[in-house]
Design a protein around this ligand. Sequence first.
Ligand SMILES: Cc1cc2nc3c(=O)[nH]c(=O)nc-3n(C[C@H](O)[C@H](O)[C@H](O)COP(=O)(O)OP(=O)(O)OC[C@H]3O[C@@H](n4cnc5c(N)ncnc54)[C@H](O)[C@@H]3O)c2cc1C
Length: 455
Amino acid sequence: MAQFDLVILGGGSGGYACALRSAQLGLSVALIEADKLGGTCLHRGCIPTKALLHSGEIADGARDASHFGVNAQFLSMDMPAVNSYKDGVIARLHKGLQGLVKSRNITFIEGHGKLISKDTVEVNGEKYTGKNVVLATGSYAKTLPGLEIDGKKIITSDHATKLDYVPKSVIVLGGGVIGCEFASVWKSFGAEVTIIEGLSHLVALEDESSSKQLERAFRKRGINFELGVRFQSAAVNGDSVTVTLEDGKTFSADVLLVSVGRGPVSANLGYEEQGISMDRGYVLVDDKCRTNVPGVWAVGDLIPTLQLAHVGFGEGILVAEEIAGLNPRPINYDGVPRVTYSEPEVASVGLTTAVAKERGFDVVELNYDLAGNGKAQILRTAGSIKLVSQKNGPVLGIHMVGSRVGELLAEAQLIFNWEASADDVAPLIHAHPTLSEAMGEAHMALAGKPLHAHG
Ligand SMILES: Cc1cc2nc3c(=O)[nH]c(=O)nc-3n(C[C@H](O)[C@H](O)[C@H](O)COP(=O)(O)OP(=O)(O)OC[C@H]3O[C@@H](n4cnc5c(N)ncnc54)[C@H](O)[C@@H]3O)c2cc1C
């Protein structure tokens, strides 16, 4: 039986980050992966979707070229070429990651693992024992009762990232982050897109003002959506799929993407049998990612925290450092940056106005319209930066909409996490002309000294 300081089950963002940091700290590590090192994010999540979105951006650039005085024409998408670009990015990153794991002397084990005791995982009949076991088995794309995924007409994001044609029309069931990103991609690729969302807004977890701006921008792009109405049924008839909503409306399209959320991968893996506390399949942990069973930890999409790759990285690193005795600070999940990479992007960190008020803060708000920003005019993007601040206190939340605003989160997260106030940020000179200048302008306006802002 092989013995390690850590046995990690699952080689996605959470698992591999924990493995790399643990090895860096001198611990011996076994990393078990049933599929490909890198997990959902690298092979069917963050990276492929962002490559597809970038191809879409180029397509839109060709369509809009005349606005910028460039003679170019959008002809069509070449999906084999799009996929080979996307797969090339994935392959390079996969290779790099494999090299990293190897160079840190991590024992990489290919195969499906099961927790057979509190400190042992079995893979292909072999037993791997750890002073610590880290569960990092991730998540899968959920569907709704009675809605069967056939992988052809009714698909999930797993299939959508590999599609080798552009559907003429698509229905996207679920207007969360993943649904909005695919809606954006397919619209850019030339498809007719309709989003169906049961809640009253797209990206409903974001500040309401961001959702409304995204809705306006999507409407302008010709992306259709039905909000606040629930799905009833779907039927495939020959080449098309028809969706019926609870209000009786029907929609037909070539393809139905089901993007109604992701659930934890935890069934039949021995977790319950070992007495690990769980809730609806999620493994429950404390603020250091410890389960109730001593020596067993859990990270990433398997636990009920934000389902984001960088959260998995952070949790993996936290566990490694805790095991190594570094006593790291627990993660402040409010301070985690969030981006929907559609066109336009929606990006935020900190609290929405509604949550800040719920928590009893005396809130002031400032909305800086990107219309006043030179770079935004050059890019021809619309949007805004909204600040939610405590009255005479620190900034509590930053909410942005517009092309490329995800890149502004680097500064936004420092402002939030270092508890800066508008008066702290206003004197910092931002480079002109950049989108980041809008961040400076927003804080100047909130500090009572607007420069390129009216009122
Ligand atoms: C379409 C899409 C787009 C996304 N875009 C973004 C984005 O832009 N930014 C962002 O931050 N996040 C994004 N995410 C979310 C991100 O992919 C996840 O939060 C992240 O992958 C979670 O990491 P994880 O390690 O918890 O799980 P996973 O990445 O799912 O990894 C779990 C791994 O465990 C393995 N495994 C499971 N069971 C076993 C077993 N029994 N034995 C061995 N191995 C096993 C799996 O094969 C898998 O490789 C996106 C997700 C999707 C689906």
